[in-house]
Design a protein around this ligand. Structure first.
Ligand code: AMP
Length: 398
């Protein structure tokens, strides 16, 4: 069974074609600048075909999907002979509200429900919907599945997902913690159970997804019981450009003092804050690490804040679950930055964590970086959201 995984943004569209017989990626690619001019990079990974990397006209997502299908099936760059070889499509959808606690086959009713979630994710869900509609237009009756970033966190209990504001806002308007990166937390937690050789139903895990956006998830018996992102992906840890947790009074103070609108304020909190805002240098940890080594104190402070926040949230989840069996690092920073992992783990002495610094130097593969006598196992697991989407799609349509 061959499954096309689609992650549609407002002007971009990422894809992978996965052969589910051996879960291998046959081709992957990225359409960019959709609606502006257009660019497609298509990388075949089987058959020794060349990479296609060109500008081409992509006025809408429909042309982008058509271009992807064209490349996947072309004699020169293709990995399958026709569109009929693609058995199903799995779509990443950011917000499923309280309606979706798991992935679903896409029907007209499901599309309506995804549309109803637009107010919760006004930037992301419309792009995801556009991607699905474009696929349906170009690919006709091929079965399609929606996999939601929020679904994994629907198992959180009320005490974890409620905000302490008047209850009516929850009941009437759905104001609550939803959490994001659910597909990633789900993948790395089930992979951790495999590596530990224990059933996930017996484990207390803490997953640290640390990339441009970062969130931490407490996973008990295979279910998310708390997570650091909230109603939106703005809160929790300080991130590349997002502020993380912030006293709402600060927003009022800054808006009043500098006469700025709520839209401008949110733009500052989403795009100009986080480690970029504190350092004034970059949102990329590679730049921050280099500058901090060269003596830049604001870069050092931004990194220290990030480590401290991760340690603080992990500690609170260890307390909430009355202990933890394993802590997992994943995503761009978690998978690649050994100094970040070391600095964060240095807070975990009270948990009995001991890091094997030699093992911690490696990157980019599944690995245990704690010593055999560490009371809590610390793992690095490269995330694979596309594979989760493909597996869910296979399960639902296969
Ligand atoms: P992601 O959102 O998961 O793609 O993560 C992207 C982020 O990972 C980048 O902005 C960097 O901050 C970080 N990153 C990637 N590679 C490295 C590396 N070798 N060392 C430190 N940080 C890295």
């Amino acid at each position: 069974m061959k499954i096309l995984v689609i992650n549609a943004g407002s002007s971009s569209l990422k894809y992978q074609l996965i052969d589910m017989d051996n879960e291998s990626v046959m081709a992957k690619g990225l359409c960019e600048r959709i609606g502006i001019d257009g660019h497609l990079k298509h990388t075949p990974l089987v058959g020794g075909k060349p990479v296609y990397d060109e500008n081409l006209s992509l006025p809408t997502h429909s042309e982008a999907i058509s271009a992807v299908i064209d490349k996947l099936t072309s004699a020169e760059y293709g990995v399958v002979s026709s569109m009929q070889d693609i058995d199903a499509v799995g779509h990443r959808v950011v917000h499923g509200g309280e309606k979706f606690a798991s992935s679903v086959v896409i029907t007209d009713e499901v599309m309506d429900a995804i549309r109803e979630c637009i107010p919760f994710a006004p930037l992301h869900n419309p792009a995801n919907i556009t991607g699905i509609e474009a696929c349906r237009k170009v690919m006709g009756d091929v079965p399609m599945v929606a996999v939601f970033d929020t679904a994994f966190h629907q198992s959180m209990p009320g005490k974890a997902f409620m905000y302490a504001v008047p209850y009516e806002y929850y009941k009437n308007d759905g104001i609550r913690r939803y959490g994001f990166h659910g597909t990633s937390h789900r993948y790395v937690s089930s992979r951790a159970a495999e590596i530990l050789g224990r059933p996930i139903e017996e484990l207390k895990l803490i997953s640290c997804h640390m990339g441009n956006g970062s969130s931490i998830c407490a996973i008990e018996n295979g279910k998310s019981v708390d997570t650091s992102m909230g109603f939106t992906p703005l809160v929790g840890l300080p991130m590349g450009t997002r502020c993380g947790d912030l006293d709402a009074g600060v927003i009022q103070f800054i808006m009043n003092k500098y006469h700025i609108s709520i839209d401008e304020m949110l733009n500052i909190l989403n795009k100009k804050s986080g480690v970029l805002g504190v350092s004034g240098v970059s949102s990329d940890f590679r730049d921050l690490e280099k500058a901090a080594e060269e003596g830049n104190e604001r870069c050092r402070l931004a990194l220290d804040m990030f480590y401290y926040w991760v340690a603080k949230v992990v500690g609170s989840y260890a307390a909430a679950m009355n202990g933890t069996d394993a802590i997992i690092f994943t995503a761009g920073i978690g998978e690649n930055s050994s100094s970040t992992r070391s600095a964060i783990a240095s807070y975990f002495g009270y948990l009995g964590v001991r890091i094997d610094e030699e093992a911690n130097k490696k990157r980019g593969e599944d690995m245990v970086i704690s010593t055999p006598d560490s009371k809590v196992t610390v793992l690095v697991i490269p995330t694979n959201e596309e594979l989760v989407i493909a597996r869910d799609t296979k399960k639902l349509v296969g």
